[in-house]
Design a protein around this ligand. Structure first.
Ligand code: ZN
Length: 258
């Protein structure tokens, strides 16, 4: 066999089940925490650009004032957004006993399953996690979990730009700090560019409310739209947007008995 023939016969890396283009090296996951009612509009902004996101909800607050209703949540899932767990009542898991953690994590997931979802990933409220919480998240059937922090942002210039495509710790997937009302579009773009420059990888971004002047942990629709327009145009450079579940190839596992 000649060298040319060898080159032609080189194995082609198959596109992943999630449908990633073969050249994709940077995956951005847009994650939205707390089941805020403004996430319906945020999801539409993603859909207009062919993107799907991840929405982490606290099942005990679904349907409450200012939160997504069950119907709104179902509408998100129907068009392909990921629905993930965020504990029953949004507690700091590292301050709970293991039994309390089990209730917060497993019962929340059980409710999501009863509602018809197949939750594969969880986000820790406040990004607060310890070894016990990770173990319980796994025990409750989640295949991966997202923290907050650990990647490069203003407060940690020396942190890595991106999470590795196969995170060292699937139960503590890292992110930059949460997007806040004072976060500039330029800073979000820079995080994507840093990921591309560092050779690619996974960049999960953390959003909360999507509205104008509605708290520290919010982003205005204008800022989000501007960022999404820019991000959509990066696809030609191999940068794609995927729900975290797809980016991590996270599987749905049944709930433990009881
Ligand atoms: Zn939260």
């Amino acid at each position: 066999m000649t060298l040319v023939a060898l080159a032609v016969a080189a194995p082609v890396v198959p596109a992943r089940a999630a449908g990633l283009p073969a050249k994709a090296t940077t995956i951005v996951s847009l994650t939205f925490d707390d089941g805020d009612a403004t996430h319906t509009a945020a999801a539409r902004a993603l859909e207009r650009r062919g993107m799907r996101g991840t929405f982490y909800v606290n099942t005990e607050s679904v349907g409450r004032e200012g939160k997504l209703t069950r119907r709104a949540l179902a509408a998100l899932a129907r068009v392909g957004h990921e629905i993930g767990g965020h504990t029953l009542t949004h507690v700091r898991l590292d301050e709970l006993t293991r039994d309390e953690q089990r209730t917060q994590i497993c019962d929340d997931r059980r409710t999501l399953v009863r509602w018809g979802y197949r939750p594969a990933t969880l986000a820790y409220p406040f990004g607060a996690v310890d070894a016990d919480a990770k173990a319980v998240v796994r025990e409750c059937g989640y295949d991966a979990a997202r923290t907050v922090g650990g990647l490069r942002h203003g407060g940690c210039p020396a942190c890595p730009a991106a999470e590795t495509p196969r995170p060292k710790d699937r139960y503590a997937v890292r992110t930059p700090s949460s997007v806040r009302e004072d976060t500039l579009v330029r800073q979000m773009k820079q995080q994507v560019l840093n990921t591309e420059k560092s050779g690619g990888g996974l960049l999960p971004l953390v959003f909360h409310r999507v509205c104008d002047d509605c708290g520290l942990y919010s982003v205005s629709p204008k800022v989000l739209n501007e960022f999404l327009d820019w991000l959509a145009a990066r696809e030609t450079r191999g940068t794609v947007v995927r729900p975290l579940r797809d980016a991590l190839n996270a599987r749905y596992r049944p709930l433990p008995a009881g």
